[in-house]
Unconditional design. Structure first.
Length: 322
């Protein structure tokens, strides 16, 4: 027995108000960029520099008690969060204490770490410290620069790949859709102040690959239908192509989201930020492959017959009625 998402081929009109969809996407990008400029990102220890101490105790974590003990040391802003994980034992209560690097220091000194551990042991004698991670400001600055270069190079490689495989109009639509996805992902992290670390950079690169795959599937069908229906309006060909790939797009996104949601709920705090970025990326990536990449292709027009030489170079692109 075969599972069918649609009994009949769908016939949705995705481009009846394509200018409105592009306007909404542009507005969301402006809001995301504005949030980034006004409040920035909540950089994790990888990018900010400092030290993270992971503690474990058989008794429940009392954040107020922990904070009261550490505040007496005068270390400035210290972040204390309890870690929840379904895999933990009943007597395994874990907390993360994050201390920013002090002014003029490359990282939190050993004396400061020992002082923090001693202060916590004074209020919770049974506490244990399972790990200590330190990153200096110089290293964190290099990580930020490397992360930006990685994302830019990935998008640049996509531009070249799509340009060689299709036409420059396809490349422009695909790359602008990827930029749209990356900006909105950074924007949601800025707006919600979710910790932004190296795992999120890995998620951004994964989102680029996922969104590209979805866009290429649609564009392949568009190219086939442009050759098949040479007299159809470009808008109709785009609608037909997206409807023909709708079942594949929906089922791929849906099954991916099932796995990601399971990881988000059960995977623990270590990968929760990465998984959240992936969930958001799948949603906006699916949206952008239809309402951004294809809409930009509709706006730019496209060559209708690749099999003939450019004898009619002046008429090689479809005219788009506003």
């Amino acid at each position: 027995m075969r599972l069918r998402l649609f009994n009949e081929a769908p016939n949705f009109d995705f481009f009846n108000r394509w200018k409105i969809w592009l306007g909404i996407s542009g507005l969301m990008m402006i809001v995301a960029f504005g949030s980034f400029l006004m409040q920035g990102l909540n950089y994790g220890i990888d990018f900010r520099g400092g030290t993270t101490i992971r503690s474990e105790s058989p008794m429940a974590v009392d954040i107020a008690e922990y904070r009261g003990a550490i505040d007496a040391l005068g270390l400035g802003d210290v972040s204390i969060t309890e870690v929840f994980d379904p895999s933990f034992r009943d007597d395994q209560n874990v907390a993360m204490i994050r201390i920013q690097a002090q002014d003029g220091q490359e990282a939190v000194t050993t004396d400061v770490i020992e002082a923090v551990e001693g202060a916590l042991q004074s209020v919770r004698p049974d506490i244990k410290f399972t790990s200590v991670e330190s990153v200096g400001p110089k290293v964190s600055g290099e990580l930020i620069q490397t992360a930006v270069i990685a994302v830019v190079l990935a998008i640049g490689a996509v531009l070249i790949y799509i340009w060689l495989r299709f036409e420059w109009q396809f490349a422009a639509g695909a790359v602008l859709a990827l930029v749209h996805d990356v900006i909105l992902t950074i924007g949601i992290f800025s707006e919600l102040q979710i910790r932004f670390d190296l795992a999120i950079i890995a998620a951004l690169l994964t989102i680029v690959g996922y969104s590209l795959n979805d866009t290429v599937v649609v564009f392949d069908r568009v190219r086939e239908n442009l050759r098949k229906y040479k007299k159809r309006d470009l808008k109709d060909v785009l609608n037909l192509s997206i409807n023909e790939t709708m079942a594949r797009t929906f089922m791929t996104s849906f099954t991916t989201l099932i796995a990601l949601i399971a990881l988000f709920v059960l995977g623990g705090d270590v990968i929760r930020g990465f998984v959240f970025a992936m969930i958001w990326g799948v949603i906006v990536g699916t949206y952008s492959s239809i309402f951004v990449a294809s809409a930009i292709l509709l706006y730019l027009g496209v060559k209708r017959d690749w099999s003939k030489p450019d004898a009619n170079a002046g008429n090689q692109y479809a005219n788009i009625d506003a």
